[in-house]
Design a protein around this ligand. Structure first.
Ligand SMILES: Nc1nc2c(ncn2[C@@H]2O[C@@H]3COP(=O)(O)O[C@H]4[C@@H](O)[C@H](n5cnc6c(=O)[nH]c(N)nc65)O[C@@H]4COP(=O)(O)O[C@H]3[C@H]2O)c(=O)[nH]1
Length: 743
């Protein structure tokens, strides 16, 4: 066999020689010879001297770039089908890539390239080269044979046998075709991949394996036929061939024209079955783009789909609608019945939402219990309304989970492009705001984004900015609400509460600005400010001798603060720096904040508790706490929500709840603070239940630091008087006793 067939030559062209060497190194295992050229001019000289199966060429080279070099190669009649693969540093340079293809490149590799991909591509192209050469020699051989040069013919026959065995041992399927696209050669791999014997394949039109369903006219116009007619070489990646002429399978193939002299007389096709690669690709795409639980598009996919829908709508001048759906009461079900039940609800909800939509609409799971629906081309608001109503109706239908009938529901926010946002992010924010409005309006309803919501957002943004300034300029204030022991009436601590007097809008309550701080990323700054201020205050009262080890200041911590990684260590660091004992601080967290992520919360709280900080659960009774978690969490105090305390004497149910909370807390060694104590009868009721502590207007409103200092002093003085009275009484008794004894 001739050397060119056994060891085809390829040329690596790059002005950096190391890159040529790298290619040589990567292709080391293939039976071929790699030549190197470090300039376009050197490449042209080598191309004139040798017959190359393939050229791998860098695009950017000094003096002459790869495109120009390829144009000059193509201008030489003998080299018009040498396959060329360009190397480029950027896959985003679309213009350069297009220029490369129009100059005659068959492929691109982006640096740094995948070495396996390079080897596979080169292997496939070299196989085609071998087959083409073999067919050309075969034709030449027949002519020569006619000239009865027996010796030469024998040599060529033996060459052909060698080449046949070489081609039969490659994993790629190889087909040779004549001018009429009838198969004249098939190797063993082709027969295996097409699941037919070589005898059957040879003599059949190649169309039956490549495009059996195409009409003859379309087939003649196909790029496959055109490439052969025009005497070119081509590589395709995502095509389909037909096994047994009936079953499609994905292939990557290379085709090259076979010449007799200057005339194209047929072609060679080398192909690989890429089913496995496609499956892996599909699995990767599915992981990256689809929610693994419900099977609908995931959040990443949502952004891509929405951006595409908006681009489309901009071009074609139509609308796009986003519906954001949050399942109501999902968390309760999840906490109460466990994650499996929660998962089943999510799967079922995704199905139900999908069933309310058209084929062209898309459902996405945004995370947790939040879904989004994209309507890529709604006619009008009436259509959006209709979809929202349908979704709401289907989510309100009872679910049957673990044999139980469960009713949830949904809150839906609706926003449309271009009215409520001209980019994906703004549009989603608008839908989000509309959804929050639906939630605030009582849940299980839908809201369209409108001017009123926009106004509310603007006001929130404005408040957020003002709040940032207020923190920076120290314009916030802490007030302290006293807390009393219900047995001794001793002042045992205070709760620090934030106050903000806005220069224009007056007093803004924390229930308004704390959520804004959470939404605008200010909560950590705000929390740090509060904590610093509290620590300073503790230190000051300590220095003034007003408080001792038993007195504690409670600080409110929001769920968002607790979620910030390293929250507890930051907190403890500040205590250490200011030499404040942990025991003089109490951290108050709402029940809902604690139950949001109990595992994470548990770790953070344990760290705080180790530093002596007490942990109390605020607004207890308003959320849903799993009792098993409550037992496992490192807690010290439960605070009964003031809504229950307010109903003492009016609502037996609430009284029963207060009784149950106190009993429950005591049974797991927690102390109880009653919030919002306002009347004497409430006090009597709570004392009757052995409630430990209370705070509320009955004792005192929240006070400024100075007023608290006065109160502590008065409390101390009162206690002293009481103590003196008791001592005096004891003294009197003792004296009376002595007198009686002496009498
Ligand atoms: N009707 C009535 N109300 C009473 C009575 N006693 C106390 N209150 C009010 O009840 C709230 C108790 O605070 P909370 O449950 O921790 O609830 C707090 C807390 O969740 C949050 N908050 C306050 N300060 C902070 C803070 O520094 N950081 C964080 N994250 N949240 C804070 O804002 C909520 C509201 O705080 P405020 O408006 O100060 O309202 C305070 C207090 O003024 C009473 O007898 N009757």
């Amino acid at each position: 066999m001739s050397d060119t067939l056994q060891y085809p030559r390829i040329l690596a062209v790059d002005d950096i020689e190391e890159n040529c060497l790298l290619i040589e190194y990567l292709l080391d295992d293939l039976p071929l010879v790699v030549d190197r050229a470090t300039s376009a001019a050197a490449a042209l000289q080598k191309v004139d001297k040798n017959d190359y199966a393939l050229i791998i060429m860098d695009v950017k080279m000094p003096e002459m770039d790869g495109f120009e070099c390829l144009r000059r190669i193509r201008a030489r009649e003998a080299h018009r089908i040498i396959p060329v693969i360009f190397l480029t540093a950027s896959q985003h340079d679309q213009a350069a890539i297009e220029e490369g293809y129009s100059a005659g490149a068959i492929d691109y590799l982006v640096k740094p390239f995948d070495s396996t991909l390079l080897v596979r591509k080169v292997e496939s192209i070299v196989n085609v080269y071998r087959s083409r050469k073999e067919l050309e020699q075969h034709r030449q051989g027949s002519i020569d044979q006619q000239k009865s040069d027996q010796q030469k013919s024998d040599q060529q026959k033996s060459d052909r046998l060698n080449t046949d065995s070489l081609l039969d041992n490659t994993a790629d399927g190889i087909l040779g075709v004549d001018q009429d696209n009838i198969i004249t050669y098939a190797n063993t791999a082709a027969s295996v991949l097409l699941t037919e014997t070589k005898q059957n394949i040879i003599g059949s039109p190649v169309k039956q394996y490549i495009a059996p369903k195409l009409s003859d006219a379309d087939w003649q116009r196909s790029s496959f036929c055109r490439i052969f007619k025009e005497g070119q070489c081509n590589q395709e990646f995502d095509e389909v061939f037909w096994r047994n002429r009936t079953t499609p399978f994905p292939v990557q193939y290379t085709q090259a024209t076979v010449f007799e002299g200057n005339n194209p007389v047929g072609g060679v096709i080398s192909f690989q079955d890429i089913s496995e690669r496609k499956l892996t690709e599909y699995q990767l795409v599915s992981l990256a783009k689809y929610d693994q639980l419900t099977g609908v598009a995931n959040r990443t996919n949502y952004w891509e789909l929405l951006s595409n829908a908006i681009s489309n709508a901009t071009r074609k001048q139509h609308r796009v609608t986003v519906l954001l759906i949050d399942l109501d009461r999902f968390k309760d079900v999840n906490d109460r019945l466990g994650h499996d039940a929660g998962d089943n609800i999510l799967i079922e909800s995704a199905k139900r939402i999908k069933n309310c939509l058209r084929e062209t609409d898309v459902v996405c799971r945004m995370g947790g219990d939040e879904f989004a629906v994209l309507i890529p081309r709604p006619k009008d608001d009436a259509e959006n309304l209709h979809v929202a109503q349908k979704i709401l109706a289907c989510l309100t239908r009872p679910y049957r989970i673990q044999g139980q009938r469960i009713q949830i529901g949904g809150s839906i926010g609706i926003a449309s492009y271009p009215k409520n946002g001209t980019d994906a992010s703004t549009l989603t924010k608008s839908a989000d705001m509309a959804m929050y409005t639906a939630k605030a309006d009582g849940r299980n309803c839908y809201r369209f984004f409108d001017d009123e919501i926009q106004l509310r957002i603007n006001r929130q943004i404005e408040t957020g900015n003002d709040l940032r300034l207020a923190i920076e300029n120290n314009r916030l204030q802490l007030v302290y609400q006293p807390k009393f022991d219900l047995k001794s009436f001793e002042l045992i601590g205070v709760e620090a509460l934030l106050r903000w007097q806005h220069p224009q809008h007056g007093f803004i309550p924390p229930s308004i600005f704390v959520p804004i701080a959470e939404n605008y990323g200010l909560i950590d700054t705000l929390g740090d400010w509060c904590f610093k201020e509290t620590i300073n205050q503790v230190n000051q009262w300590y220095r003034q001798g007003l408080i001792g080890a038993k007195f504690s200041i409670a600080v409110n911590v929001s769920a968002a603060q607790l979620r910030t990684p390293g929250f507890a260590s930051r907190f403890i660091h500040q205590l250490d720096q200011n030499q404040v004992p942990g025991a003089s601080i109490e951290v108050e967290l709402t029940e809902t904040a604690i139950m949001e992520e109990p595992e994470v919360t548990s770790e953070e709280l344990a760290e705080l508790r180790q530093a002596g900080v007490k942990i109390s659960v605020d607004d207890f009774g308003t959320g849903y706490s799993s009792l098993s978690y409550l037992k496992r969490l490192p807690l010290d105090i439960l605070k009964v929500d003031r809504s229950f305390v307010a109903d003492i004497g009016h609502d037996e149910n609430d009284e029963a709840i207060v009784r149950a909370i106190i009993q429950l807390a005591h049974s797991i060694d927690l102390q109880v603070v009653a919030e919002g104590l306002e009347t004497k009868s409430q006090l009597k009721f709570l004392q009757g239940l052995n409630c430990d502590f209370a705070q509320g207007f009955y004792f005192s409103k929240p006070l400024a630091a100075k007023e608290v200092a006065g109160l502590i002093q008065r409390d101390k003085a009162l206690r002293q008087v009481k103590q003196d009275k008791v001592l005096r009484k004891c003294g009197q008794y003792a004296e009376r006793g002595n007198q009686q004894a002496n009498a």
